[in-house]
Ligand binder design. Structure first.
Ligand SMILES: Cc1cc2nc3c(=O)[nH]c(=O)nc-3n(C[C@H](O)[C@H](O)[C@H](O)COP(=O)(O)O)c2cc1C
Length: 207
């Protein structure tokens, strides 16, 4: 039985369109999956503490209460073989809630290490990952995208390489545009879900 971790980083939490779509998809495509749902957008993780920052940057400081939250989030991530991240675009990039999760999860000597050549090397096993990205603008706009390349790079840093991005654009352009985006994303996701392809891929939905 597969274990899915479904994360929302929208201020709308589990009511976000991306989250509801991901839930529906899991119900249809993996009804047997054991699903853990987390709302880190509506109920934000605590900001990093001074103790945590010191622990990460002090040799030998990587255990104890300062890293407890980080440990809990990494263990939760390690337990899944299917990861679904639901996130809006905020000001051309990822929302602060998602950055906070990353800062807890990307931890030296735990989820990544550094090679003698000073390259970061992931310590987590790769797992199938979908990133559902909701935005007000369409992908056809000329707006810069600082979310996708960053997220792809930081997930790779911890060892997660099999990532598919699915874009739900034009989500502020009225009900018809929202429904169109959702329907396109649903169809494309269903097909992508079936295919066990690896590597980075992008799927756009919405005008
Ligand atoms: C603070 C903030 C910043 C936003 N910045 C952008 C942006 O840069 N580009 C964009 O296309 N949409 C932007 N939006 C619109 C959201 O991405 C869009 O409404 C999205 O569908 C929200 O998804 P959600 O309901 O899952 O949170 C922004 C929304 C908020 C609240």
């Amino acid at each position: 039985m597969s274990r899915a971790l479904l994360l929302s980083f929208s201020p709308h939490g589990k009511a976000a369109q991306t989250f509801r779509l991901a839930r529906a998809l899991l119900r249809e495509q993996a009804p047997e999956a054991q699903v853990t749902e987390r709302d880190y957008g509506g109920q934000a993780l605590p900001p990093l503490t001074r103790e945590y920052a010191s622990a990460l940057t002090t040799p030998g400081g990587l255990s104890g209460p300062a890293t407890e939250r980080s440990e809990q989030l990494i263990v939760e991530l390690e337990a899944c073989d299917l990861l679904i991240i639901c996130t809006p675009v905020h000001n051309f990039t990822l929302p602060a809630a998602l950055k906070c999760w990353i800062d807890h999860v990307v931890r030296i000597h735990r989820s990544f290490t550094v090679s003698p050549q000073f390259e970061k090397v992931g310590l987590l096993k790769d797992r199938r990952t979908f990133v559902l990205v909701s935005s007000g603008n369409s992908r056809k706009s000329r707006e810069p995208d600082f979310l996708s390349p960053y997220l792809q790079a930081i997930l790779a840093t911890v060892g997660i390489h099999t990532v598919r991005f699915v874009y739900l654009g034009a989500m502020v352009r009225g009900e018809a545009a929202v429904q169109r985006s959702l329907a396109q994303a649903h169809e494309q996701l269903s097909r992508a879900f079936d295919r066990q392809t690896g590597g980075h891929a992008t799927i756009s939905a919405g005008a």
